[in-house]
Design a protein around this ligand. Structure first.
Ligand code: ATR
Length: 266
């Protein structure tokens, strides 16, 4: 039997949990499909994505560092992808490709799971790169009062031009007193230190877009040590954004919470 084929494309991609998550969604919903990993060279996204889809691949999950390139490459895209300039899921229909960004929805759904309300809350976002662009519109749409802090100023200026409702400040000058702190820097990927005043964690709910299945992330650990009300990593967001992509591809809704519990247990 010829199974519908999907894959996650990124670099690195060896440790991606997406195959495990999507295969579990497929089992839950009785969908017949195969989902694999593709590590593309840094200059090879377009040719490899095109080749995979031309040979019958039905869809791709896109991860770092290709989300921006994927947005520029697809034939059309949804409003979240356009707002963020980034695509994390591609679906093919005939010869045409459509790009989506489900990261922001994934984050909001994880906040619902955690019971964290964001409407009217003072939310500090650390970092001003690609990951932030994916979540900022949905956070503003939910009525949170956003401050974005970054190490270098250039990205803050660009972000403020696109999202005039946010406040911005240098990372080194961030004061305390937040309802929520979200880490959207790539410090963990580059194995560098995220230097922030530990007072920012005090009495705040802290969320790391990065995740780790078997231990806490550095950010979560630091937040817990410095008085956070609660601190969580981004595994929930990963599973929810995947569930949203799966629904777009297959037209059925899997149960993300069961998959999330399974990942934590395993
Ligand atoms: P991504 O797509 O993962 O967001 P990116 O677009 O390269 O990756 O953005 C990385 C973000 O993490 C940037 O905001 C970067 O800050 P700078 O603009 O100052 O480079 C931030 N970042 C990465 N490592 C960091 C560190 N050690 N401390 C503080 N910020 C860091």
């Amino acid at each position: 039997m010829n199974l519908d084929r999907y894959a996650v494309i990124g670099n690195p991609v060896a440790h991606s949990l997406s195959p495990q998550i999507h295969e579990e969604f497929a089992r839950q919903t009785n969908q017949q499909l195969k989902y694999s990993r593709i590590e593309a060279p840094h200059d090879g996204f377009e040719s490899i994505a095109r080749d995979f889809l031309r040979k019958g691949g039905c869809g791709l999950s896109v991860t770092a560092p290709f989300k921006g390139e994927a947005f520029r490459w697809v034939d059309k895209s949804d409003e979240f992808a356009r707002e963020s300039g980034a695509v994390n899921a591609i679906s093919r229909s005939g010869d045409s490709t459509e790009g989506f960004n489900t990261d922001g929805i994934g984050l909001l759904q994880d906040f619902v799971r955690l019971g964290w309300k964001i409407t009217g809350r003072r939310v500090l976002v650390l970092g001003a790169g690609g990951a932030v662009r994916g979540i900022i519109g949905p956070l503003i749409a939910q009525g949170s009062v956003l401050t974005v802090a970054n190490r270098t100023e250039k990205r803050l200026v660009e972000l403020k031009a696109q999202f005039p409702d946010i406040s911005t400040m240098p990372l080194a000058e961030v004061p305390g007193d937040w309802d929520m702190v979200i880490n959207a820097t790539s410090a963990h990927l580059r194995s560098t230190e995220l230097n922030v005043d530990p007072h920012i964690f005090s009495d705040a709910r802290c969320y790391d877009l990065a995740y780790s299945c078997d231990r806490t992330t550095k950010f979560v650990d630091k937040a817990r040590r410095h008085g956070a009300t609660d601190a969580q990593d981004g595994l929930g967001m990963l599973v929810f954004q995947a569930a949203c992509a799966f629904g777009l591809w297959r037209g059925v809704d899997p149960d993300p919470i069961r998959v999330l519990e399974g990942l934590r247990e395993s």
